[in-house]
Design a protein around this ligand. Structure first.
Ligand code: SAH
Length: 394
């Protein structure tokens, strides 16, 4: 059995690991073996020398992110098995070899016991996003595992690590192909076609986490006039159009989002009922004189860190106030937050405050989250990052 440099905890600090929480904070650590480097694999021990788990070591407040609680070699066969396990879960949710959907998240960090690793499947392409130096250094082996599990069903594997691993060692070359050479593709989600660009797109190229919520919007859309703010490539817009919306307006400030949203409307033959407005969403909501049957508010994370929560709450409050004002009597607002630092209760409270400012009667019809291919490790509640409410405003 291979050994890795040891990290030893202070007395009593092993409790969270017994509860299978994968993070070890700096305050829990008694000692670290000399010469350990950022991103190295390390073994964690209790103060009395009991093995607790193996994970990647990092500088910063989270010192170790555990990837196993059982002593084993972290080699190609480890990654192969981890990918197989993740695929088994996706198969159970019906997302693999599904006739109307060929895009899904295969590995969702802590939700798959692999902190720092994201892998998304886009038809015959996989995109790996590494959120830690340790995962970036393991990228070759992860790529080999993917090739072995998927065989000739995969044409390309794109590693996308430049945006998400800071201070990286340039020899690691965080943006490259581990197989093939496709930078873009078209995927099908619930029979809707979407163009996805891996290097230029946000995240791995597409917001896969909103699939179930977009589907719900489609269900309500028949004959409705819909406003989709922060539209990106038009995820919610295309579902509304497929659901029979009479008219859909997409709003986003980015030129790429405009390009891709228009492209998707054409690919699905929806362009005659679709209009795109390149604008700041707050400005659009303030200036527009029209009202809508359904308004979607899906902004980027306003609070990326705890320190940004206060300003973020003001942003969410203002956005929701303006969004609710733009909806017709009896209409719906699909409102979301993907800020990890703002939990479900806090988001609901801020939407409550926004509703109070509009003087309208507002009810919650649905409480939404991310899809089942973005599982939440129950011992790591921080993984439940996407929160959504469907409001009805009278
Ligand atoms: N709902 C989308 C994902 C939204 S991502 C989907 O289902 O695919 C957030 C989007 O907000 C990005 O496309 C980004 O360009 C856009 N954005 C960020 N700040 C903005 C602003 N102030 N006004 C309008 N769009 C903005």
């Amino acid at each position: 059995m291979q050994t890795y440099p040891a990290v030893t905890l202070k007395p009593g600090k092993e409790r969270s690991i017994h509860l299978k929480h994968p993070w070890i904070f700096s305050g829990a650590i008694q000692s670290v073996e000399e010469n350990i480097r950022e991103g190295d694999l390390s073994e964690v021990y209790s103060s009395i020398g009991k093995y607790l788990g193996t994970g990647h070591y990092h500088e910063g407040s989270i010192k170790v992110r555990l990837i196993t609680f059982n002593r084993c070699n972290i080699d190609e066969s480890f990654w192969y098995q981890a990918i197989q396990d993740a695929l088994t879960v996706r198969k159970k949710t019906g997302l693999v070899d599904c006739p109307n959907t060929n895009v899904y998240r295969l590995i969702h960090g802590e939700g798959d016991n692999l902190p720092g690793l994201i892998a998304d499947i886009y038809s015959d392409c996989a995109v790996i996003q590494t959120h830690s130096m340790g995962m970036l250094r393991s990228a070759e082996e992860i790529g080999a595992g993917l090739r072995e599990v998927y065989g000739n069903r995969l044409h390309s594997i794109y590693l996308k690590g430049a945006d998400t691993v800071s201070d990286h060692d340039s020899v690691l070359n965080p943006e490259r192909f581990l197989l093939g050479n496709k930078t873009e593709t078209e995927v099908t989600e619930n029979n809707i076609t979407f163009y996805v660009n891996f290097p230029e797109g946000q995240k791995t190229g597409f917001f896969i986490d909103q699939r179930e919520n977009r589907k719900l919007l489609g269900f309500f859309a028949k004959g409705k006039k819909v406003l989709n703010t922060f539209s990106y490539s038009g995820g919610f817009s295309m579902y509304a159009l497929q659901g029979g919306a009479s008219e859909v307006h997409s709003v986003d400030s980015s030129a790429r989002a405009e390009n891709w949203c228009m492209k998707n409307a054409v690919l699905n033959h929806f362009n005659d009922r679709h209009g795109f407005f390149r604008s700041d969403a707050f400005d659009y909501l303030k200036k527009v004189n029209e009202t809508y049957d359904i308004v979607v508010l899906d902004p980027p994370a306003f609070a990326k860190h705890l320190s940004a929560v206060k300003n973020a709450l003001t942003g969410y409050r203002n956005l929701n106030t303006e969004g609710i004002k733009k909806v017709r009597k009896g209409g719906l607002v699909f409102t979301f937050s993907c800020s990890q630092a703002i939990d479900k209760e806090l988001f609901r409270k801020v939407v409550f405050q926004a509703a109070a400012q509009t003087n309208r009667k507002v009810r919650i019809l649905y409480q939404l989250s991310q899809g089942p291919d973005h599982p939440v490790n129950i011992f790591h509640p921080e993984g439940e990052y996407l929160k959504g409410l469907v409001l009805m405003a009278d």
